[in-house]
Design a protein around this ligand. Structure first.
Ligand code: ZN
Length: 169
């Protein structure tokens, strides 16, 4: 996959009529709504877009996006990695009214005068991939169950968990 930056807007008519493919990257820092949901705006999304005209004459765009991000663990409030890999396909429409005519099983995306805002399209998809709740897979909640500490006291080593976390983070 190319390391080129993906253009932030593309003219879709010609891309669709010649079944064009575009690939490139978008820096997470250029996606403010996504960056606001993460603990770091470093990194980039790798994106592949494929344009086509379907048998109904509709212009379509399919996207594959992958992005390694850091989100907040809701238990220990430390960053945790999340690998996003997603595919989405949408029908390009000119305005809201046209969007309402797209069959329900398809997703419309508005490209006014044929111009698609690729950043917005990809950012929306990445936001949908973020989990509602996020917790480290290992037991990071060293402070969460303080009431249970007395029951474990004979073998409990207070810094053992901490060392474990530091090794894994
Ligand atoms: Zn955690």
């Amino acid at each position: 996959m190319s390391d080129q930056c993906l253009p932030s807007t593309v003219v879709t008519q010609q891309l669709a009529s010649r079944n064009a493919e575009l690939s490139g990257t978008i820096a997470v820092s250029k996606l403010p709504r996504l960056a606001a949901a993460l603990t770091s705006s470093e990194g980039e999304a790798s994106v592949q877009l494929r344009f086509a005209i379907d048998d109904q004459g509709r212009r379509r765009v399919a996207a594959e996006v992958s992005c390694d991000v850091q989100i907040l663990c809701q238990r220990c409030l430390q960053p945790m990695p999340l690998a996003i890999d997603s595919k989405v396909e949408a029908v390009l429409v000119a305005h809201d009214e046209a969007a309402q005519q797209v069959p329900r099983e398809l997703d419309p995306i508005i490209a006014e005068e044929g111009i698609l805002n690729t950043y917005q399209f990809i950012e929306d998809e990445l936001l949908l991939c973020l989990p509602f709740t996020s917790f480290h897979e290992y037991n990071c909640g060293i402070n969460a169950g303080s009431g249970e500490q007395s029951q474990q006291s004979e073998t409990h080593k207070p810094f053992a968990d901490l060392a474990d976390i530091m090794n894994k983070s």
